[in-house]
Ligand binder design. Structure first.
Ligand code: BV8
Length: 226
């Protein structure tokens, strides 16, 4: 039985679903209103910056109407109370719900945004990243600090280092469609970690996990963490 010290937690859109943030691939998901290549690729941005800026402006505005839920807060409590090793939350989400929950427990540095953040802007010429809360103009000098398809995810070296020394890997609210995030479970397994999927339904990679817990995040995550 592995002694659990270091914990890596991957989250996806499902952890924010009960806060009212739409997921991507559900029947009423974000991708349904838009073609992925039109709104989540550099080529799409090049071709129609107004469409892409509007897609992200709408989602950035929506953050003012949503709150972290019991699942976000349970992970923030775990990060604050776990004293047997490290806790790292790697989120594919670009909302700030983990950040707000971890601000309460003063563990914000445990959260990494693999796919960027809605509340950050990247300068088109310099690449400089800054906080950004308002709308972005189609003809402005910034783009969303978001990792689009074909772009390099953020903090990969930190994440792989954490996976290689992990004892417990949790995957919460993700369909396992997108790489390299969907491959993290295999990296954790190679390190000997116990791997658990907590999801509303089995993900594409569910067979790769030692343990599967089905249910809504606001129920299964606090239960698992407590
Ligand atoms: C890259 C932008 C090179 C932000 C997004 C193999 C290896 C490497 C790359 C690839 C590969 N194969 C293909 C690729 C290319 C590509 C890729 O993965 N394509 C897929 C579609 C085949 N990957 C890339 O281009 C990535 N870059 O690879 O660079 C590289 C490679 C290795 C190392 C270094 C560099 C870049 C990917 C990032 C793309 N950006 N979005 C935004 O607009 O938000 S991806 C998009 O999908 C979002 O970021 C989202 O986070 C992500 C994953 O979606 P999910 O979070 O899983 O959401 P989804 O709706 O799919 O599922 C929700 C789940 O929740 C469901 O399972 C549902 O059941 C569950 N759920 C719902 N409600 C609840 C719930 N669970 C619990 N409770 C609930 N209440």
């Amino acid at each position: 039985m592995t002694v659990i010290q270091n914990i890596v937690i991957l989250t996806g859109a499902g952890i924010s679903a009960e806060s009212g943030v739409p997921t991507f691939r559900a029947s009423d998901g974000l991708w349904c209103g838009h073609r992925v290549d039109e709104v989540a690729t550099p080529e799409g941005f090049e071709a129609n910056p107004a469409l892409v800026q509007d897609f992200y402006n709408q989602r950035r505005r929506q953050l003012a109407e949503v709150e972290p839920n019991a699942a976000h807060h349970a992970l923030a409590r775990l990060a604050a109370e776990w004293d047997r090793g490290e806790v790292l939350v790697v989120t594919q989400n670009v909302d700030d719900l983990h950040d707000r929950a971890h601000a309460v427990t003063r563990t914000a540095d445990c959260v990494l945004h693999l796919h960027g953040e809605l509340l950050k802007a990247r300068h088109l010429e310099t690449g400089h990243v800054s906080d950004w809360s308002g709308d972005m103009a189609a003809d402005g000098d910034v783009r969303p600090h978001i990792v689009w398809f074909g772009e390099m995810p953020l903090d990969m070296d930190v994440i792989y280092r954490a996976l290689r020394k992990s004892h417990l890997f949790l995957s919460i609210g993700t369909s396992g469609n997108v790489y390299p995030a969907a491959g993290f479970v295999q990296e954790a397994s190679r390190a000997g970690a116990h791997t658990v999927e907590l999801n509303l339904e089995p993900s594409l990679g569910h067979s790769l996990f030692d343990e599967k817990i089905l249910g809504p995040a606001t129920k299964v995550v606090p239960e698992y963490v407590e």
